[in-house]
Design a protein around this ligand. Structure first.
Ligand SMILES: [Zn+2]
Length: 176
C-alpha cells in the first residue's frame, strides 16, 4: 500500500454507514460511521476527505479545486453550509467530474475555467424545444439522457434538434 496514490484509487463509489457504539458517562450511545468505497477498499469518510485534500495539494490541483468549490457555491446551490460544500467539491474532484463529458455542467464549467479542455471535446450545437435557443453540448450528454438534453437557459431536460439538421434534405452542397 506504499505505492503512490492516484485519483483513480480514491474515486468514490458507494457510501455505507456502519453502526457503532460508545459509552459516555456510563450511557450507551449508538452512532454511525460512514465509509467510502474505493479501489483501495472502504475508507472512513473524514480520512478519505483528508486523503483527497492531500492528493489535490500533491498534484498541484488546488486552483482547479477552488474553481470547483466556487462552482458548487455559485452554480449548483448545494448547501448554505461551507463545510458541506467543501465535502461535496472533494467528492466531485475525486470523481474527476470536470473531465466527464457526460456531466451536465461540463461545457459551462470548462468554458469558464478550462477552455483548453473544451477544445479537445466533441462538441455539438443543438437547439432545445423549451427555449428555442442554440447552445453547445457533448455527444456523451446526448447519449446519456434518454433523448433529452439539459437546456442551460431554463435548466429543464428537453427534446432538442441538432443544429444544421433542421432540413430534411441532406444537402451538403458546397457554395457555388
Ligand atoms: Zn430551456
Amino acid at each position: 500500500m506504499n505505492e503512490k496514490l492516484t485519483f483513480e484509487d480514491l474515486a468514490p463509489g458507494i457510501v455505507t454507514l456502519q453502526c457503532a457504539t460508545r459509552f459516555e458517562k456510563g450511557r450507551k450511545i449508538d452512532y454511525f460511521i460512514s465509509y467510502v468505497n474505493t479501489r483501495r477498499g472502504n475508507i472512513e469518510m473524514s480520512q478519505w476527505q483528508s486523503m483527497v485534500r492531500d492528493l489535490i495539494r500533491e498534484t498541484e490541483e488546488e486552483e482547479l479545486f477552488q474553481q470547483l468549490l466556487e462552482w458548487v457555491k455559485e452554480e449548483m446551490n448545494i448547501s448554505k453550509n461551507e463545510k458541506e460544500r467543501e465535502n461535496y467539491a472533494l467528492h466531485l474532484h475525486a470523481s474527476r467530474i470536470f473531465d466527464d463529458e457526460g456531466w451536465v455542467d461540463f461545457v459551462p464549467f470548462n468554458r469558464k475555467y478550462r477552455p483548453a479542455r473544451l477544445a479537445s471535446a466533441g462538441l455539438i450545437p443543438v437547439v432545445a424545444d423549451c427555449c428555442g435557443k442554440e447552445f453547445i453540448t457533448t455527444l456523451a450528454q446526448l447519449q446519456n439522457v434518454m433523448g433529452k438534453v439539459r437546456c442551460p437557459y431554463c435548466g429543464r431536460f428537453s427534446n432538442y434538434k441538432k443544429k444544421g439538421n433542421e432540413d430534411k434534405d441532406e444537402c451538403n452542397k458546397e457554395e457555388g
